[in-house]
Design a protein around this ligand. Structure first.
Ligand code: B12
Length: 470
């Protein structure tokens, strides 16, 4: 151990403590973020390179990369990579996550790490422009370090594994959940053992593409280990804590990629959720956004979580997602209890103002139900935030007008309600609606790189919710 090590450790701790105070005060939060950006941009030689000169001396076993995209507005922590990093770190591997969204010198940083040798590099990406930046970084790595194994994972790679692994510079694709698969894979690459034994991957070998057996779903309770204090820097950019407590969804909407990738819904047990809540409230921001696709799918579990919030006197405000049919089933007492426990905003997928479209996308709701849920939430004092889409296959202009009219009615009935976005529908591979698009004349991209040009997701108008954050 070098003499500088404990000093650096202390400095990092003090920086973390300072950040805790900065993010509590909005004006300072802005200043903190601006300073951080300023330091990274202009003082890079003096400050950034100086501190990184120290970090650069460290050797890593695994490098994980989160590429930027053209739609990086809300920069949330890279949960996909944090989730696969957790089990590796627990096994003693040294893992580095590079997030291009907040690291302008990302390529230099990657080069410095790779120079010292590595077992492999993992890259994640969604369908869309993130692929473009992922491919740029992957190509850069292979050009300079051709022997480094590159592993792709995430929604897009899992939905189109054959096409993804066909990309020249990608060696292996992890299909679906990465916690177990990546751990086994890193060990196999390190020890040079047979990749055929690793379930849940697809890889190239002697000009052949080999897909191994399907990987069983994990028990989330065994892998609930994201260290939230290590990602506090993201609170400078997006001043709300985010948390997952489930995987998968009980809905089966035909436009959505979640039931395709995670057909089996799993939950984290209430006691563990409460432990995590306590841990993340230590960041100083008393706001949590539960990113679960449907936090409320298991009613009994939610009741237990609420009881524990009351019992432990946890005082924080939170946002979560639910379904309109569920809201209509809740008793008034339950809504009161939710409000009492801090629920301030509920996200609901309304999607369309046309009953025919709602049926076609398998939403299991009607326009009347959307109107009623809005009125119920108005009464409860919980802010309802609705999401909508337009441009579904077979959707007519008059049906789009119905959506527009519904949005106006929602705002009129309940002026405090919010419309998250009117998104343009994007055909995501693997979904049932994707097949309908094919019948409707959509010709899908035929290679990984071409998928980066799918720009349908630009919203027709922007979110109202960010305004309230600052
Ligand atoms: C939070 C979220 C966001 C956040 C960003 C999250 C972040 N950290 O930056 C915001 C709001 C910014 C966002 C934006 C968008 N999102 Co979004 N988002 C989500 C959401 C709700 C959670 C994602 C998440 O973190 N999951 C938790 C992690 C742990 O799960 P995971 O990502 O699947 O990762 C696991 C595996 O995939 C795998 N894995 C992932 N990466 C890697 C890498 C390696 C090397 C390995 C080995 C394994 C591996 O292992 C992980 C652990 O098991 C999902 C829905 C969902 N339930 O997942 C949609 C989802 C991912 N989003 C989606 C979409 C469409 C978008 C947008 C295009 C929307 C828009 N209109 O702009 C943009 C694109 C942003 C971009 N970067 O390109 C789609 C993606 C579909 C697709 N085919 O790619 C999803 C699935 C929603 C849906 N209903 O279809 N999103």
């Amino acid at each position: 151990m070098r003499i500088i090590d404990p000093i650096m450790k202390l400095l990092r701790f003090l920086k973390w403590k300072l950040m805790q105070y900065i993010i509590r005060i909005p004006a300072l939060r802005y200043l903190g973020f601006e300073c951080d950006a300023f330091l990274r941009k202009y003082w890079s030689k003096l400050f950034y390179n100086l501190t990184n000169a120290y970090f650069d001396k460290r050797t890593y076993d695994v490098l994980l990369i989160y590429p930027k995209s053209d739609v990086d507005k809300s920069i949330l922590p890279p949960y996909s990579l944090l989730s696969v990093a957790g089990p590796l770190i627990k096994q003693g591997y040294r893992v580095k996550i590079i997030d291009q969204r907040i690291d302008p010198k990302c390529a230099n940083h990657i080069a410095r790490i790779l120079k010292r040798g590595i077992i492999c590099v993992g890259v994640t990406f969604y369908t869309g422009s993130q692929i473009k930046y992922a491919c740029q970084l992957i190509d850069y790595i292979k050009e300079h370090y051709p022997s480094v194994k590159i592993i792709a994972g995430g929604f897009h790679a899992s939905l189109l594994p054959y096409q993804t692994v066909q990309y020249n510079n990608i060696d292996i694709v992890v299909i679906g959940e990465g916690e177990r698969t990546f751990l086994d894979l890193v060990a196999a690459i390190e020890k040079n053992t047979d990749l055929n034994d690793i379930h849940g991957i697809i890889f190239k070998e002697d000009n052949k593409i080999i897909r191994t057996r399907k990987r069983e779903s994990i028990n989330l309770n065994d892998y609930y280990a994201i260290n939230h204090s290590a990602i506090i820097k993201y609170n400078l950019i997006y001043p709300i804590n985010t948390l997952f407590t489930t995987r998968g969804c009980n809905g089966n909407c035909s436009f959505c990629a979640v039931p395709v990738l995670y057909p089996e819904r799993r939950t984290v047990r209430p006691e563990l959720v409460i432990e995590k809540i306590k841990e993340i409230l230590k960041t100083g921001i008393q706001k949590i956004y539960f990113l679960d696709d449907n936090f409320f799918a298991d009613f009994k579990r939610v009741e237990e979580i609420l009881n524990l919030i009351i019992e432990k006197k946890l005082d924080f405000s939170w946002w979560a997602e639910s379904r309109i049919d569920q809201v209509l089933k809740w008793e008034d007492e339950f809504l009161i209890k939710l409000k009492k426990c801090g629920l301030s905003r509920l996200y609901l997928g309304a999607e369309s103002g046309s009953d025919r479209v709602l049926k076609m996308i398998n939403k299991n709701i009607t326009v009347d139900m959307i109107i009623n849920a809005n009125l119920r939430l108005k009464k409860s004092g919980i802010i309802a935030e609705f999401t909508f889409m337009a441009g579904f296959p077979t959707e007519s202009p008059s049906e789009m007008k119905q959506t527009q009219d519904l949005i106006v009615k929602i705002k009129k009935d309940n002026p405090r309600s919010l419309i998250w976005r009117l998104n343009k529908y994007t055909p995501y591979p693997g979904t049932r609606l994707f097949d309908l698009c094919l019948n409707d004349g959509f010709s899908p991209p035929e290679s990984l790189k071409e998928w980066s040009d799918i720009h349908f997701y630009r919203s027709a108008y922007d979110s109202e919710y960010e305004k309230e954050l600052y």
